[in-house]
Ligand binder design. Structure first.
Ligand code: 0A1
Ligand code: ZN
Length: 849
């Protein structure tokens, strides 16, 4: 049977809804399989509406009754929603529907996680709760009554009453339906309080399952820090009497900013020193901040339509990155973000899934919660801030909040605010929002008579639907160093606007060494012919910490590429430079740990591909192994001292200082394990009183295939803790040698604790599988087939998570003929699976094209 052609939605087809929604009253009668939802909604036709169609979205709903102004009506319903004849004056719509939360494995709408009711409505999940104009530009106040036997029953806003078997909530702030939330179950709260700068007392709670209360303290502190930071830096205050966070175990994403009732994947809020690593703590702090910051950038000012998603997401990611930089270390945060951008966004931007930060079409919006919308969206704001300057940036933001509070906005509104606040024309800058693809910037230089000239040439390769690209505004932060290592020109932002443009620096005594794209001032790929000697010079002398790291990273890549292509030995000069840096105790341990972290094998594959070579994953793996082994040998005599010097004594604290030191200590341990047969790691594992050190020791041992006893001990100790068990599942796959990876993952899917319905567990195994570059791309093709089997199975339960995981295939075209054929066959198998979801169908079709 031919499949229905999926509907495509276009930005250019935007039309406003013909009705205002003046108020929404909802009553939930909760039972696991037959929850009733009664809605009472006041609609008023808009006088100036061009389109007065009364269409309410609704999916997977059983309509029990519908009334208009108290009279029964018979709407025309399809599987997407209903239409109805309605009066031309304001009217009250009432409907009763039945839904099945217990049967909802897609985790969209109202569903059950561990016997707890919870909701996820972004982007288009509210239509699975009741009939409604489920679009972000329809905003209204919500009053919610929950009836059921659950001990705790929560919704958005402030509580207005509760009694035996019921609770009522009212949210005074008009909001789109995607911010609606309801939670009910056997929960306990970890309380807190915050006084806003104008003196308002806000009650704070983190709600968890009984037993998890001891994992809330860190999240609560992070919340308070976020509230204070947003007041101090952006002048933004919280606007309700209550802020609730709830932890749920089954969740498709990280967390959700529902008004006054944030819902979190438990992995993104629960933390304790014994169960969470330093990286977990940092991520939790950032996500709590992110969701909290959405209260203004997303909730008070929302998006007109889903094409504008980066309006709230890019800005909120940018804000949470500023927060983390302030709470921890600015250069370390920047380096981490660029590593992630290159690992997640660059492959997207340079492959079949490339789309602009503001896409112009989609079939399933859930497929556009991407690294491009989030991370590149944030990079675009970073560039804007750099171009207009800090003062103008905050002036523009002030205007944004003053002008657009309570509205559903567009990227045009956002840019207009900057134009009005700064007087700058942003026409060309806007291309960053509409053009996909990563610009390449070629750099050449010239020096004569004391004048140094830098010439930049920009171009962006074609991306799907966009064969030709116009030149963009690219802020190039550049500094110049003299050959003796001193800075002769401090950082200056050069504005590259043309396809080719030169900039000169006069009055120089000798030819300088340029430090280009400092702080990674634009998300571009720099192409510059330079020497390893110059890179080593920058690694030692650059005053910009980002570019110091970048120089080390470039050296690491060059040596690994030479090893793969020419069978070269690891570059001796680079090993010497690394050794010098690692032993230099004046250098920040976190920075040293980052320089010691080799580029990922996927990154090397990407680099080879960019240079026109076909990556061979096994060769890349072998080169990585040889390199690390050689580095360990080179450092052999210093490793025990370094290990001792970086061991953090005293009580564990997940702060920047301690975690930086532990990160370096972990790197040293992994090198040491290659030489001492695992003795030190075994000792560290036995002595560890925190997860960071326990995990680092286990990972080092497992990587060396010496960790069976510790892996078993870890399992025995943590089998009842779902989040720690996710680490255990992931580590087996991440650490396994290429020829064993698929079999290891396959065996784990048969484990009693594997649960395909739990996205965290599924991602633990299959995220690790896709992330083990040589294992995933092993020539047998077994890993491809295993992933395909499991995606086909998961699609029937949870299309959203399935579709997201299809991105594992997005780089398929860069590999050799045999692998490409294997990959294509598996993707075709997914594409042909009967009853494939719209989500997965769109992703696989785009990737295969
Ligand atoms: N807005 C949330 C992310 C999010 C998006 C979609 C979801 O379900 C489909 C859930 C969460 C954020 O940016 O944190
Ligand atoms: Zn967000």
């Amino acid at each position: 049977m031919a499949k229905d052609t999926p509907q495509t939605f276009y930005l250019k087809e935007y039309t406003p809804f013909g009705y205002d929604v003046e108020s929404v009253h909802l009553t939930f009668r909760l039972t696991p399989e037959t929850t009733r939802v009664l809605s009472k909604i006041r609609f008023a036709p808009k006088a100036d509406a061009a389109d007065k169609t009364f269409f309410l979205h609704g999916e997977d709903l059983q309509l029990i009754s519908a009334k208009i102004d108290g009279q029964d009506v018979a709407p025309e319903a399809t599987d997407k929603g209903l239409t109805c004849n309605v009066p031309s004056a304001p009217f009250t719509w009432e409907a009763e529907v039945e839904i099945n939360p217990a049967g909802n494995t897609a985790l969209e709408g109202l569903y059950m996680s561990n016997r707890m009711y919870c909701t996820q409505c972004e982007a288009e999940g509210f239509r699975k709760i009741t009939y409604y104009p489920d679009r972000p530009d329809v905003m209204s106040t919500f009053t919610v009554r929950i009836e059921g036997d659950e001990p705790v029953m929560l919704s958005n806003g402030n509580p207005v009453g509760q009694g035996e078997g019921w609770a009522e909530w009212h949210d005074p702030w008009p909001k789109p339906a995607y911010l609606f939330a309801l939670v009910a179950g056997d929960l306990v709260n970890y309380p807190g309080a915050f006084t806003t700068r104008s003196g308002k007392e806000v009650e704070l709670n983190i709600w968890v399952r009984p037993g998890d209360e001891d994992k809330c303290a860190f999240g609560m502190e992070a919340l308070k820090k976020s509230m204070k930071w947003d007041e101090d830096v952006y002048g933004l205050e919280y606007d309700l009497d209550l802020f609730n966070i709830v932890a749920v175990d089954d969740f498709n994403m990280g967390a959700m900013e529902n008004k006054g009732l944030n819902i979190f994947n438990s992995s993104c809020v629960l933390a304790s020193p014994e169960t969470s690593t330093d990286a977990n703590f940092e991520r939790i702090e950032a996500i709590i901040a992110h969701e909290y910051f959405h209260n203004w950038t997303g909730n008070r000012i929302t998006c007109r339509d889903w094409f504008q998603l980066c309006l709230k997401e890019g800005l909120t990611v940018f804000r949470d990155a500023q927060f983390t930089a302030d709470m921890r270390s600015e250069p370390v945060k920047r380096i981490e973000d660029v590593i992630t951008l290159r690992a997640r966004q660059f492959p997207e931007d340079n492959g079949p899934l490339a789309h602009p930060p503001r896409p112009e079409q989609f079939q399933e919006i859930n497929n556009f919660y991407t690294a491009t919308v989030y991370e590149k969206g944030a990079e675009v704001i970073g560039m804007l801030k750099r171009l207009v300057g800090d003062e103008n940036y905050y002036k523009a933001l002030k205007l944004y909040f003053a002008r657009h509070d309570g509205q559903a906005c567009t990227i045009e509104d956002w840019l207009k605010v900057f134009e009005d606040a700064t007087g700058r024309d942003l026409q060309q800058f806007k291309l960053w929002y509409s053009q996909a693809g990563t610009p390449r910037v070629k750099v050449s230089e010239d020096f004569a008579d004391g004048t140094y000239t830098l010439t930049f040439e920009q171009s962006t390769p074609p991306t799907p639907g966009q064969p030709d690209k116009a030149p963009r505004v690219i802020p190039m932060a550049v500094g110049l160093l003299s050959p003796n290592g001193s800075e002769v020109r401090p950082t200056e932002v050069l504005e590259l606007t043309g396809a080719k443009q030169s900039f000169t620096f006069d009055g120089l005594a000798s030819k300088p060494v340029p430090s280009i794209l400092r702080e990674f001032s634009a998300p571009v790929i720099l192409e510059r012919e330079t020497t390893n000697a110059e890179r080593a010079f920058l690694l030692a002398h650059d005053t910009d910490p980002f570019n110091r790291w970048e120089a080390g990273n470039a050296l690491a890549k060059e040596t690994r590429v030479a090893m793969v292509l020419d069978g070269a030995a690891p570059d001796a000069a680079y090993l010497d430079a690394l050794e010098k840096l690692v032993r230099d105790d004046n250098q920040d341990p976190a920075f040293r740990a980052l320089v010691l972290t080799p580029p990922s094998q996927a990154d090397i594959a990407q680099t080879l591909h960019e240079r026109g070579f076909t990556p061979d994953p096994q060769k890349i793996y072998d080169a990585a192994e040889t390199f690390t082994q050689t580095l360990a040998q080179q450092l052999e005599t210093s490793l025990p001292r370094l290990y001792a010097a970086t061991t953090v004594d005293g009580a564990y604290a997940p702060d920047a200082k301690g975690s930086g030191k532990r990160a370096l200590n972990g790197r040293i341990l992994s090198l040491l394990t290659r030489l001492d047969g695992g003795e030190q790691a075994v000792r560290q594992y036995a002595a560890a009183d925190n997860m960071t050190q326990q995990y680092a020791a286990l990972a080092a041992l497992m990587k060396a295939e010496k960790g069976d006893a510790q892996s078993q001990a870890f399992f025995d100790q943590w089998q009842d803790d779902r989040l720690v068990m996710d680490k255990w599942f992931a580590l087996q796959v991440a650490c396994s040698a290429p020829q064993k990876t698929a079999a290891t993952a396959a065996a784990l899917t048969k484990h009693a604790l594997f649960d395909i319905k739990n996205p965290n567990r599924f991602r633990a195994v299959f995220g690790a599988l896709a992330g083990n570059h040589a294992g995933f791309h092993h020539a047998s093709g077994e890993a491809y087939a295993l992933l395909a089997d499991n995606l086909i199975a998961l699609d029937k339960l949870n299309p959203q998570t399935t579709a997201r995981m299809c991105a594992a295939f997005q780089t398929w075209k860069r590999y050799g003929t045999d692998r490409k054929a294997l990959l294509r066959a598996q993707m075709s198998r997914i594409a042909g699976a009967p009853g494939l979801s719209r989500d997965t169908n769109e992703m696989i079709t785009r990737i295969l094209d």
